[in-house]
Design a protein around this ligand. Sequence first.
Ligand SMILES: Nc1nc2c(c(=O)[nH]1)N[C@H]1C(S)=C(S)[C@@H](COP(=O)(O)O)O[C@H]1N2
Ligand SMILES: [Mo]
Length: 201
Amino acid sequence: MGLFDRKTEILGKNSFGKPKLPPGQTATDKFQVLTYGETPSIPRDKWRFDAVGLVEQELHWSWEEFMRLPQKKLRADFHCVTHWSRFDDEWEGVLFSDFVKQVRLKPEAKFVMQHAYGGYTTNLPLQWMIDEDVILAHTLNGKSLDVDHGGPMRVFTPRRYAWKGAKWINKVEFMAKDKPGFWEENGYSNSADPWKEERFW
Ligand SMILES: Nc1nc2c(c(=O)[nH]1)N[C@H]1C(S)=C(S)[C@@H](COP(=O)(O)O)O[C@H]1N2
Ligand SMILES: [Mo]
């Protein structure tokens, strides 16, 4: 039995049936901060969120308005492409699948670009954004999300490496064609599946 199989045997499977620890990852209790560039400071009362691109009508939310969307909690693992994984955090916020029901999408809308305060972007197919555990999160383990980890609001994609979730999310753009975001343009994988070790193009 290889080391990966041995670890999988001990740690078991995650909520969607994949080995809890993906190949090439090491479990840690720490929560490192990985930010490219400046950390923007956006108080909740200044935070805005926009849905733009291939939508029948652009929509905008204030913090208060966004808090009226269905709020859910989920427990999930966080996998960073730099080989560490964190287990079993409780994330709270609005599931992307619930959020997107508010938006009247044009039929050509097939891809999503996340845009953050500060200019970070990352792209995913719409089909993967509506996975049941993609969340716009404002609370982590019962506390408001730290600004270093993307507070007041970030995206978290438990089935992808963590760069697929923009911290300080400010806007989602719906697109007909795929387009690489910041790290994707810089050589990181477009699909970012930790169980296939899709780290780089
Ligand atoms: N806006 C923004 N979002 C971002 C990043 C960033 O630099 N800016 N880094 C990404 C990367 S590479 C990772 S691994 C995770 C890190 O999240 P953390 O700092 O909470 O660990 O956020 C992702 N989202
Ligand atoms: Mo990262």
